[in-house]
Every structure is written in C-alpha cells, then in structure tokens.
Design a protein. Structure first.
Ligand code: HEC
Ligand code: HEC
Length: 274
C-alpha cells in the first residue's frame, strides 16, 4: 500500500494515468463503433427485403406465390439466389408474359434499385448464388493480362458454350422451339449471372465446376469477339462457319454449274440440227 501511494506521487504518474485513460477511450470506441455500423447495415438490408416483398407481391406472386414457394404458373424461387433475380428481371425476361417455348428478353420494367430489392427478398428465402461484384466480371486493367484472359476465355468458351451459342456467340436453334440467344450486347454482369444460374435450358456453371477466374475470362472473350474482332470484310453469313459457307457453296456453286450444263446442252442440240 505504501509502495502504491509513493508511486502516485511520482512526477510521471499523471502522464501514465492520462495515457491509460486515452487507451481505454480508444479501445471502447473501437469496440462499439463497428457494431453500430453493422447494425445500420442489417437494418438497411431488412428495409430492402421489406420493399422487395411488396414489389414481389404485386408483380411476381401471381405466378411464383406470395412467399416465392411457386405455383402451377411458375417455379419455386427458394434458393435461386439474388443473381437469378438480377439476371431474369435485369434482362426483362421476368415478369414473364405469354406462355411459350422460352421466356424471351424484353424491355426491362423495373429500375436497378427495385431489382436489388426484389433480389434481396428472394435471397432472404434461401441461400443461393449472389450478384457478382464488378471486379468479378470486368476485364483486367493490365492489357497483357487481359490479352491472356481473352485467349484462355476463348478456349473455355469453345469447350463449354459454343455448342449452343456458336463459336462467335451468335446463338443458335435448340430443340422444341427453344434457342440459345446471341450474346451480342449482353451486359458483362448478366453474362456472369447466366453462368452462375443457368437460365431455362442452359446448364449452370457453379464455382465448383468453373471457378470465378474462368468465368471472368469467358466474359472477357465474349466482349472481345463483339467489340474488337478483326473482320476481313465480305459477308459474315452469321459467323456460323462451315454450315452456312457450305450451304452457300452448294446453292450458288452447284446452281451455276447446272445453268452452265443446261446452256451447253442447249447449244449442242442446236448445232446438230443445223
Ligand atoms: C406470368 C407468370 C410469371 C410472372 C408474373 C413472373 N414469373 Fe418468374 N418465372 C415464371 C416461369 C414460368 C419461370 C420458369 C421459366 C423457365 O425456366 O422455363 C420463371 C422463372 C423465374 C426465375 C428463375 C428461377 C430459376 O430457377 O433460376 C426467377 C429468378 C424469376 N422467375 C423471378 C421473377 C420475379 C422477380 C418476378 C416479378 C418481377 C417474376 N418472376 C414474375 C413465371 C413468371
Ligand atoms: C445447352 C446449351 C447451352 C450451353 C452449353 C450454354 N448456354 Fe447460354 N443459353 C442457353 C439458352 C437456351 C439460353 C436462353 C435462356 C433464357 O432465355 O432464359 C441461354 C442464355 C444465355 C445468356 C443470356 C443472353 C441474353 O440474351 O440475355 C448468356 C449470357 C449465356 N447464355 C451465356 C453462356 C455462356 C457464357 C456459356 C458457357 C459457359 C453458355 N451460355 C452455355 C443455352 C446454352
């Protein structure tokens, strides 16, 4: 006890107390401030879910049910994730209109913030693929890395996507009136989400089978074929490759040969008569 009171009178005692007090204040602040921010985040989140629920009740529940459980007119949305909503509503496919072989792209009727709210509501029904962040789908800012991504993406595209979307992403017909659409002008975010969620007849490519990095490379390739692919001129014939080129050869090439053959035949018979 004596020792302590002796120390209290030490000239540095006041300084030590001050430092301890400052450290305690700082520590308390650090302990409480992030908690407040996290609370603000969750309340913004639950607000978005509430707004999304209202929008959903008006625009989507007639087919998907009030709680997204699905009806005879639309599938359950439990566990499809925010990425599926961002894709389906962001490309105008949803809300669906006429029944048909496939729900087509249409004019988008919701604003991006409404789409985010709908997505937050559907994501709250069950865990699923999350809307990607720009750094996941935007091309690399380093030109050398981007060039490497494009060539790797081209390989991945030819093995995973070209059988339906064609080598240049121009799209093609599938069975029963379904089709793989052209990828021209599709937003990079929506290309990424299509791979995550596999809309309608398209298979999905989850991160377990196709890592994030590979999806980004495919997006880089698709954007590249559309914007910077050198075009040697002439008709592209839909960039369909040997099929249309061959068809062109058969119809025009053989057509010309037949005309020539008829012409030759007509001339030889005339020559005999005279
Ligand atoms: C007229 C009925 C109808 C309405 C209205 C409608 N949908 Fe759909 N929705 C469907 C059908 C049918 C499918 C399944 C399409 C398919 O896969 O062939 C579907 C599929 C979806 C999918 C994809 C599910 C998956 O497995 O990836 C999402 C997400 C979706 N709808 C969200 C919405 C949202 C959000 C709204 C409201 C803005 C909405 N839908 C309005 C009929 C509807
Ligand atoms: C089995 C055939 C098939 C394969 C393989 C396939 N897709 Fe698709 N894809 C489709 C169909 C069918 C649709 C239309 C779905 C719809 O309208 O909901 C589609 C739609 C898309 C869309 C949406 C386009 C738009 O207009 O909004 C994108 C982007 C896309 N696919 C990218 C890819 C990529 C990238 C790959 C390879 C990783 C791939 N697809 C592999 C059949 C396929």
């Amino acid at each position: 006890m004596k020792k302590l009171s002796a120390r209290r009178r030490h000239p540095l005692a006041a300084l030590v107390v001050l430092l301890l007090a400052l450290a305690a204040t700082g520590g308390l602040y650090a302990a409480f401030a992030p908690a407040e921010k996290a609370q603000a985040d969750t309340s913004a989140q639950s607000l978005a879910i509430d707004e999304g629920k209202k929008l959903f009740a008006v625009g989507c529940s007639s087919c998907h049910g009030l709680n997204g459980q699905g009806t005879s007119d639309g599938p359950s949305l439990v566990g499809v994730g925010s990425a599926a909503v961002d894709f389906q509503v962001g490309t105008g496919r949803m809300p669906a209109q006429q029944p048909g072989a496939q729900v087509p792209r249409k004019k988008v009727i919701y604003s991006q913030s409404e789409i985010d709210q709908l997505a937050a509501f559907v994501a709250s029904l069950g865990p699923g693929p999350v809307v990607p962040k720009p750094e996941q789908y935007n091309p690399s800012t380093d030109p050398a890395k981007n060039a490497a991504d494009i060539s790797k993406g081209g390989e991945l595209f030819r093995t995973n996507c070209a059988q339906c979307h064609n080598f240049a992403g121009q799209g093609g017909a599938l069975t029963n009136g379904k089709y793989a659409p052209s990828l021209e002008g599709v937003d990079p975010k929506h290309i990424y989400e299509a791979m995550q969620t596999g809309p309608q007849n398209m298979p999905s490519f989850p991160d377990t089978t196709m890592p994030e990095e590979q999806k980004r490379q495919i997006v880089a390739f698709v954007r590249h074929t559309e914007n910077d692919e050198p075009n040697p001129g002439g008709l592209t014939l839909g960039s369909l490759g040997p099929v249309t080129e061959g068809l062109f050869g058969w119809i025009f090439g053989l057509g010309v040969l037949i005309v020539v053959a008829i012409w030759v035949a007509a001339h030889t018979t005339k020559a005999k008569k005279s």
